[in-house]
Ligand binder design. Structure first.
Ligand code: NI
Length: 154
């Protein structure tokens, strides 16, 4: 009698446990922002944030890396459906941030400084729990080629 979940007997079916894997996808969005704390004067903001506090704001081409984790489904051969991941990120993040002024158009950032740290934290909260059946493992948000943050939900 075949026991599909083990065994070592000759002729028996041996099934390896599913490998646990990290799946990543990259996304782009372009937004403008201004680094400033609303209650500080222009001089104080310029001292804190340099030219990033200039009143007119400035733009970035952001690169977002989203990494989810989970076992490889033996039927599909995938951790999760990449089209579903793309749809979630598009609806929850890209459609909200892309070609927007983050300070003025995203309510959360009318109070919070739109630093890459705070934007990454906001993105995490938007995506967490939305990448079923995988789990959100970490995200990286690049503001420039050299400046980026990584967040693991801690
Ligand atoms: Ni900036």
């Amino acid at each position: 009698m075949d026991q599909p979940h083990h065994d070592s007997t000759p002729g028996g079916v041996f099934r390896e446990p599913s490998p646990f894997m990290y799946l990543s996808k990259r996304f782009h969005f372009s937004s403008s922002h201004r680094m400033a704390r609303p209650h500080l004067s222009l001089e104080e903001n310029l001292r804190q944030y340099g030219k990033c506090a200039n009143p007119g704001g400035h733009g970035h081409n952001y690169l977002l890396e989203v990494t989810v984790a989970g076992p490889v489904d033996p039927q599909t051969g995938c951790v999760m459906n990449l089209e579903i991941l793309a749809k979630v990120v598009r609806e929850k993040v890209l459609d909200v941030l892309d070609h927007r002024n983050i300070n003025e158009e995203i309510p959360h950032f009318q109070q919070a400084v739109p630093s890459m740290e705070n934007i990454a934290h906001w993105i995490w909260k938007e995506l967490e729990g939305e990448v079923y059946p995988a789990k959100l493992h970490h995200i990286r948000l690049f503001e420039t080629e050299r400046n980026f943050v990584e967040y693991r939900g801690e």
